[in-house]
Design a protein. Structure first.
Length: 394
């Protein structure tokens, strides 16, 4: 509303333009002048005018012709036109003026009070029109924001329902297995007499199975807790000096039996020592997630873990690369979102939170996790971390 309204004065005689400008002095408006119809049209196309005061009798293009051209253009059509004439005030001229688009006639000599009053009316109309447009634009933006908020709310509700469905299924599976294992142990140990070696072995296997399922259940609960902490911006970090090569090697060796069980060629490359300041527990979580995913989704393809420094020796990189089926380009960012997986196979367990949490942990350290993959040629997940942790909000 701070923008001034604009008035266009069109007259081929300079003294008339001077006189008109003097009459309009003091009005809160910006005045433009033109001595020809062609020049006036150019100004009309480049500015938004509240009013055009046009002399009827001009050479080359008179006021009526200018008005007709203005009415033929969508941009200039809404501009009100007041004709100024020194000619005879005949009914034919008046009719032609209104027919060509004029809203009023002023006859020379001009009455200063009449001119100023009429111009003020059109300026006020222009101000109200601008205000209405601004209010309509604000309303449109508010409606757009509301629609976007509703769409986000619907998406959030859908994500919540999908999450509850996945979480209930994933939590129920190890819990059911745990209960069955415990019931089996109770039956074995509850038989009369001294337990036979066969019964003891079955009980021992049952205990191991129960421990495995309890561990799986604990990991799922930990993921849910991490998700809650990330959403609240309270992911806890306990930075200390760490040899990341040794830490990565420990996680790698821990998963070696699983790799052998799946028949995966598992290799590890790293220097003896790269020291930095990080949270070792959270780094273990990153490495475990990436290696477990490679074994889960790599379909038995060879997998390599490599730790190295960038040439500037300011950033450490940890690469987990397999030669499995790869990830479609459309999914390569999507898999880092909540409740997303690299495959639609329902036989693959998990909440779809591992890579999301992995990336958030890396970013909380001031680093990141990215993926480079090509279908049929495998995937490489790359963790980059500054040597000195720059803690960020998860």
């Amino acid at each position: 509303m701070s923008e001034k309204s604009k008035i266009l004065l069109v007259d081929d005689r300079p003294e008339n333009l001077v006189a008109l400008r003097a009459l309009l002095k003091g009005l809160d408006a910006e005045v433009f002048e033109s001595s020809t119809g062609a020049e006036a049209l150019e100004l009309l196309l480049n500015h938004e005018f509240a009013l055009a005061v046009v002399d009827v009798q001009m050479p080359a293009m008179d006021g009526y012709e200018l008005a007709e051209l203005m009415r033929g253009n969508s941009r200039t059509r809404p501009v009100p036109i007041i004709f100024v004439t020194a000619g005879s005030h005949s009914r034919a001229n008046t009719f032609r003026g209104y027919e060509s688009g004029a809203v009023d006639f002023l006859n020379k000599p001009l009455d200063p009070y009449v001119v100023k009053s009429k111009v003020e009316v059109f300026l006020e109309l222009a101000r109200h029109s601008r205000l209405v447009r601004e209010q309509l634009e604000e309303t449109r933006k508010a409606l757009t924001s509301r629609d976007e908020a509703l769409a986000e709310a619907r998406e959030a509700l859908q994500s919540r329902d999908e999450f509850f469905s996945i979480a209930s299924h994933e939590l129920k599976t190890p819990l059911t297995s745990l209960l069955l294992q415990l019931q089996l142990i109770v039956r074995q140990l509850g038989r009369p007499g001294v337990p036979t070696p066969e019964a003891m072995k079955k009980s021992s296997d049952g205990v191991k199975g129960a421990i495995d399922q309890a561990g799986r259940l604990a990991r799922l609960v930990d993921e849910l807790l991490d998700l809650t902490h990330i959403r609240l911006g309270k992911l806890s970090l306990s930075p200390q000096e760490v040899n990341i090569c040794q830490l990565a090697s420990t996680v790698f060796e821990r998963l070696q039996p699983l790799a052998q069980q799946k028949g995966v060629a598992f290799t590890f490359e790293a220097p003896k020592e790269i020291l930095g300041t990080w949270d070792p527990v959270r780094l273990e979580q990153i490495f475990s997630n990436l290696l477990s995913n490679a074994l889960k989704y790599g379909e038995g393809a060879p997998t390599r873990m490599r730790v190295y420094l960038t040439p500037d020796e300011q950033t450490v990189c940890v690469s987990v690369k397999d030669t499995g089926p790869g990830i479609p380009l459309a999914l390569q960012e999507k898999i880092f979102e909540r409740f997303e997986r690299a495959t639609a196979d329902n036989q693959v367990s998990g909440l779809g939170l591992g890579l999301y949490i992995t990336r958030q942990i890396a970013r909380a350290h001031g680093g990141d996790v990215t993926v480079d993959s090509e279908e049929g040629k495998g995937s490489e997940f790359l963790v980059t971390l500054p040597l000195k942790m720059v803690e960020q909000s998860a």
